[in-house]
Ligand binder design. Sequence first.
Ligand SMILES: [Zn+2]
Length: 272
Amino acid sequence: MSAGADFVPSYALENVHDAAALVFPFAGSRLLIAPDAALPCAVDLRALGEPFRTFCFGTLGGQKCVLKVWPSSRAIPAGFELGDYRFLWGRWPEGCLAALVRARQLAEWALCNRFCGICGQPMDLSQTDIACLCPACGHKAYPRISPVAIGIVMRGEEILLARSPHFVPGMYSALAGFVEAGESAEECLCREIREEAGIEICNIRYFGSQSWPYPHSLMVGFIADYRCGELSAQTSEIEDVAWFRRDALPVLPHPGSIARRMIEHICSQRPQ
Ligand SMILES: [Zn+2]
């Protein structure tokens, strides 16, 4: 893995046994790494037997990246550890993390589409599209991507952050929720903030988006202004929701997350 190399996504079933390829091995949707956080070499992987899916999913600085997926029921062999985006962030170069984000989601997709959802037959990989293809009925299953609207609400010098029960102690982050069928990302954000914090927002501005491999989310980030309403944590998903002054913030989310980037962006702006 070379620092500074760009990851370029692609898809191919040919030449997947190229000895020079970087292999991303997954036990189910969990990445196997060596104890030094490196990708294991092909020799180490022999103990796992044959993967049920093998395909090329891109190149990293011109080097082919190959995904191999074993069933999740297989025990983690001695000498391997489980790799995770949050853990590897800061340890792996950016291009390699981009490869991991794609590989993690494709491993999940391969695992969830071993059999056809229409007729139950075993699926093949399509030769042309990145899709699982049913040889019996022709059904195609593409990798699922689940959009999530995530937003920071501003009220003068304060920003709105919330706490989930599973966060580390003291940590607050942006409110977020999955976009529902028939809903725009902006409508989703308004609904989530109304449901979870009890307030109405306005002036919704698009900030940016981020592919997030837990398990296949596309985080769509917005910054919005407070309009009206009394703050109160509304659902069981939220332990607390509060206004924080920009110069007195709590423990913030992971530096590799769009929530953190949005918070840091707001705090880098001049006071209004
Ligand atoms: Zn079928």
